[in-house]
Design a binder for this molecule. Structure first.
Ligand SMILES: [Zn+2]
Length: 328
């Protein structure tokens, strides 16, 4: 403990996502020297999620020339316990009370830190972005769902349960539509890619969104960020209206967070923001101007995420290095 992260040292960042798993080996300057990315779903049915992750890490290490590593930082879907690295329940991967940190630590004989994937992504954007000097940061990532991460005084906020930061389940409309969590009116039920796609599918079926109708029909699964952005570029005003409303809802959630936490910076990422950055920033800033308190919103930086698909592996690498080099 306490030893600097120096020349010749390596760490691994792992991003366990809903659709893909990625592992990247980084050198002491956080330069990637080996990486492997595969679909999360097993092609071979007899391979467990943990065996698959181990194989992906091994492939990345081989690509890096087989360096010894000082540690591994993992972003995983939650809920999980960031103290122990136990995944509490992730039906997608077949894990229930699964000791992920211990399993990886034993296999690779190294230190492992595990945190929620969105927390780790927020940490990555904070560590390697222009907002690095800010000590209080909120990250919001609208995509298929809506994830969030909160950094207070330079540290991720975990709260009493360990699972703080569920920004997607902030209640925005008390009697609103049902959310995946079973409650009504969460931000995610109003502004996720699925919520947007649901509304666009109805427009397509009514012939009010011909571009969407032509490319996707009214299949919600096919109405993804890229095609939505192209429909807006093609000049479909109702599609733009639907997305602007969703982005404004995200801005309402951001306004609530500004009023409660007084962050210095808010970073916006995820598939929808990446595809329509200008529109998202405009609507979020508009909502913040209308709904956050002037003294609290003054000077808050609202910035787009920069790391894209590398946010979680970089955040994981940074987290394990911070853990290994912590003083005292
Ligand atoms: Zn919810």
């Amino acid at each position: 403990m306490g030893k600097e992260f120096a020349k010749g040292d390596h760490v691994v960042g792992i991003d366990i996502g809903g659709t893909k798993i990625m592992a990247t080996v980084f050198d002491h300057q956080y330069k990637p020297v080996g990486s492997c990315r595969k679909k999360a779903k097993n092609a071979k049915k007899d391979e467990s999620a943990e065996d698959r992750i181990i194989r992906i890490v091994q492939t990345a290490l081989e690509e890096a020339g087989g360096p010894s590593i000082r540690g591994i930082g993992v972003g995983s879907p939650g809920p999980l316990d960031p103290e122990t690295g136990v995944i509490i329940d992730t039906p997608n991967l077949g894990w229930k009370n699964f000791p992920l940190a211990d399993v990886l630590s034993k296999h690779f004989k190294t230190s492992v830190v595990v945190d929620n994937d969105v927390n780790v992504g927020t940490y990555g954007e904070w560590s390697f972005g222009e907002i690095n000097s800010c000590q209080d940061v909120v990250g919001v990532f609208p995509g298929t769902g809506i994830g969030g991460g909160i950094i207070i005084n330079g540290k991720l906020l975990h709260g009493f349960s360990g699972a703080a930061g569920e920004i997607g389940h902030m209640t925005i409309e008390v009697d609103g539509p049902y959310c995946g969590c079973g409650k009504r009116g969460c931000l995610e039920a109003l502004a996720s890619r699925i919520a947007i796609a649901k509304e666009l599918a109805a427009l397509a079926a009514r012939e009010d969104a011909p571009f969407i109708a032509e490319k996707c029909g009214s299949d919600i699964a096919k109405i993804r960020s890229g095609v939505i952005s192209k429909a807006i570029e093609a000049g479909e005003p109702m599609v733009e209206g639907v997305v602007r409303k969703a982005a404004f809802y995200v801005g309402i959630a951001v306004s609530n967070l500004i009023n409660i936490l007084s962050p210095e910076a808010v970073v916006l990422g995820g598939g929808l923001v990446e595809a329509m950055e200008k529109l998202y920033l405009e609507e979020v800033k508009r909502a913040v101007k209308e709904h956050a308190m002037p003294f609290l919103r003054k000077d808050v930086k609202i910035v787009p995420a920069k790391l894209g698909d590398d946010a979680v592996v970089l955040g994981g690498a940074r987290m394990i290095v911070e853990r290994l080099t912590a003083k005292g």
